[in-house]
Design a protein around this ligand. Structure first.
Ligand code: ATP
Ligand code: MG
Length: 250
């Protein structure tokens, strides 16, 4: 695979330790998040003191298809350069581990922000949503679909600007060549995904964007339910509540 040859080695990481305290020129400070196959750490460059996020993947624990997904995530991130998308700085690889060094979003997930502070005002939501749209439009113009847009993957930097993260379900698409893999989180998934149909990649993101906008303005999910069949039915019906405080104008 071409991207492999571009990976640099990891000069200082302690490969035998379970949790290395140092990766390349970075000192690990704390855990930022955990995913299915990865742990994300906050780290600081030993010389410049710049803070970064490092996604650490134990390759030995991944089957070939998930490993391929991770390499695709890296391949996609390498192509993207946008003010509202987490920037890839460096990829380091050893026999067992993969370290993906990216820009650090200091204020964490939009999901946690909404949990602590409640929904945004419509004015604030408009500004954030504009940033989200510009990031997603940029991806689509590069023939990339995200397929996991949700408030957990919308991070906030030190100035509370949006940084789109987690291209773990990202893929390349060509218009007229639909995709079919079930992707993303059920409350954000489009009807065609629930129906198991093939779908045009960007349309999937656009549905999720609508759900994101609702969550920003209302602080709750438009489609929810105690189980997957109920959720599916609500999504297919396309009915959702509009809270009393939402403005009337178009
Ligand atoms: P999941 O499967 O849960 O989506 P994942 O393995 O794909 O996880 P990410 O979504 O990339 O991993 O990261 C997991 C979490 O770590 C994020 O939701 C966020 O809370 C935190 N995180 C990831 N990258 C950054 C970053 N650059 N800055 C700050 N926090 C981050
Ligand atoms: Mg994620």
């Amino acid at each position: 695979m071409v991207i492999m040859s571009e990976f640099t080695s990891v000069p200082n990481s302690s490969q035998t330790q379970q949790r290395p305290l140092r990766v390349g020129f970075y000192d690990i400070e704390r855990t930022l998040g955990k995913g299915n196959f990865a742990v994300v750490k906050l780290a600081r460059h030993r010389v410049t003191k710049t803070q970064v996020a490092i996604k650490i993947i134990d390759k030995a624990r991944l089957d070939p298809s998930n490993l391929e997904k991770i390499y695709r995530e890296v391949q996609i991130m390498k192509l993207l350069n946008h003010p509202h998308i987490i920037k890839l700085y460096q990829v380091m690889e050893t026999k067992d581990m993969l370290y993906i060094v990216t820009e650090f979003a200091k204020n964490g997930e939009m999901f946690d922000y909404l949990t602590s502070n409640g929904h945004l005002s419509e004015n604030e939501a408009r500004k954030k949503f504009w940033q989200i749209l510009s990031a997603v439009e940029y991806c689509h113009s590069h023939h990339i679909v995200h397929r996991d847009l949700k408030t957990e993957n919308l991070l906030l930097d030190a100035s509370m600007n949006i940084k789109l993260a987690d291209f773990g379900f990202g893929n390349f698409y060509k218009s007229g060549e639909p995709l079919s893999t079930w992707c993303g989180s059920p409350p954000y998934a489009a009807p065609e995904v629930f129906e198991g149909k093939e779908y045009e990649g960007p349309y999937l993101d656009i549905w999720s964007l609508g759900v994101v906008l609702y969550v920003l303005v209302c602080g709750s999910l438009p489609f929810d339910g105690p189980n997957l069949p109920t959720l599916r039915q609500r999504v297919l019906e396309g009915r959702f509540r509009i809270p009393f405080y939402m403005s009337q104008g178009m």
